[in-house]
Design a protein around this ligand. Sequence first.
Ligand SMILES: CC(C)(COP(=O)(O)OP(=O)(O)OC[C@H]1O[C@@H](n2cnc3c(N)ncnc32)[C@H](O)[C@@H]1OP(=O)(O)O)[C@@H](O)C(=O)NCCC(=O)NCCS
Length: 148
Amino acid sequence: MTGLLVRAATNEDVEGWLRLRLALWPHGEEAEFLDDIRRLLDDGRAFVAEEDERLVGFAEFSLRPYAEGCESSPVPYLEGWYVRPDARRRGYGRALVSAFESWAREHGFREVASDVLLENTESQQAHEALGFQEVERLVVYRKELTRE
Ligand SMILES: CC(C)(COP(=O)(O)OP(=O)(O)OC[C@H]1O[C@@H](n2cnc3c(N)ncnc32)[C@H](O)[C@@H]1OP(=O)(O)O)[C@@H](O)C(=O)NCCC(=O)NCCS
């Protein structure tokens, strides 16, 4: 897509990226997020979308040893993908995922993976529009351990 600025995240992006992270994950701790951001910057595993010199979106990924439905290991895994509401449906999300896929291809990977909460049907539709195929549905459990 022309005219969209998507690039690897840099040290200059920390503040704007932190704000976007807090918008996506409002219950997150700022100090922990800053640690995550520094680690992602060191590893080169994040892209940002910029419009009129402000950040409007980001994509972050990890290398997971196992990803449901995948045939290879490790797998580049989309861990965070966000575009500000006022910048949506204009191709930024697609451009961010495309940058992630290019990184994966250039590093010799042949598949990438992601997940979405069951209720997040918009993101499911966006994933499908970008060529992701649903491979599994999971229910995640937790059990508090009482003292014996
Ligand atoms: C998911 C998200 C990042 C998409 O960003 P975006 O900039 O709007 O995406 P794009 O404009 O590049 O759209 C990409 C494709 O997804 C489709 N799409 C995007 N939002 C959609 C929606 N709400 N409903 C249906 N399709 C949608 C678009 O039609 C487009 O396909 P097309 O190019 O074939 O038309 C954005 O909606 C968002 O930040 N959502 C809230 C956070 C979130 O759910 N993140 C993902 C967690 S897994």
